[in-house]
Design a protein around this ligand. Sequence first.
Ligand SMILES: Cc1ncc(COP(=O)(O)O)c(C=O)c1O
Length: 407
Amino acid sequence: MPQLAVRGGTPVRTTPFPVWPVWGDEEIENLTRVIKSGKWGCLHGSVSGDFERKYAEYHQAKHAILVNSGTTALRIALTAADIDIGDKVLVPAYTFIASASAVIEAGAIPVFVDIDPSTYNIDVQNAEQHITDKTRGIMPVHFAGRPADMDAVLTLAQKYNLIIIEDAAQAWGSSWRGRPVGAMGAAGCFSFQSSKNINAGEGGIILTNDDLVAKMARAHSNCGRSEDGQWYEHFYFGGNSRITELQAAVLMAQFERYPELMTIRQDNLNMLNQELAKIDGIEVMAKDDRITRQSAHLFIFRYKKQAFAHKSKAHFIDALRKEGIPASPGYSLPLYKQPVFLKKAFGPRGRSVDLPVDYESVVCPESEKACFEEAVWFTQNVLLGTEDDMADIVRAIQKIKENAEEL
Ligand SMILES: Cc1ncc(COP(=O)(O)O)c(C=O)c1O
């Protein structure tokens, strides 16, 4: 008689996990107020500016500039921080495409660096090996909401005079040694896209403590205008990357609710880390006391097939899903294996561009292992569940472990 649901056994659970987004009357009231005001654009209303001030204060940053996506935030932040055409920027190979595509959009060249398998964040020692006289920047990605090792990043940046752009798209409120991420380097960028823990459908924000970076980011996001110039005076290049007051109204409500939801996610992340670490063949991310707050956008662990009758990650994830646990395999390729990078298809209509970099020869073993063999994710809505929900996750993994031959 098979035990695993994937072979016809009874699943651990059939009830769904919480859905995202979580919203309430506050979003509706804020939106209604903006609609009735007739001021729907950020050039006319005051909600975007109010949100920027609140967000900057929460992250102990001097400036915040709202834009229409996290990708746009990265692209603008790179240029505003003085990354120039042809400069090289160190980017981890295991991240969302935007971390690297924003570098291309800014006219610079991403150089892929491996990740540390115990954190899934940039491996700073590996980053150092890629530095040449063309390297001008580094983009630590606070992946899953876990701050990158900012001690190591700041030391490396100081040694080689690198500009730091934090990709904090998944790390709202995460902090390193008590300091929120986002304004630890030249600039940091966050996303408010719909899967994110603070959600306005789309949206992004740039944080910085640098007055010039802030001025340039505002200019590049607002048609190249200057804050002290006239409407039809354009001093810099730049498109319209502005956000609407409608999005800012939703952000205000989402942000008010955020600390409470972050606590739930963090508690569940801690509980899963503690319980899953007890299962042979499941390796949780390393504990690091320098991380003082965690947005917990994803819960990640490493699957070791040797402890599961040598069955592949795909088999394990399929089995977990059949037990009623919505697991994800995460990124399926390291970024340098994406067709756009292999072909350097950065020109119009996918035409190759002759850049001094060869993505075909890049190998980042840990990023490949994460994609192909080991990384398993739970998304942030799963982390909004109850203690019993988390216990079901643990039970399901234990059950699969005990019956791994059935996989
Ligand atoms: C690590 C990372 N960087 C950048 C982005 C880009 O954000 P957006 O989707 O808002 O453009 C995302 C989100 O999708 C992300 O997860």
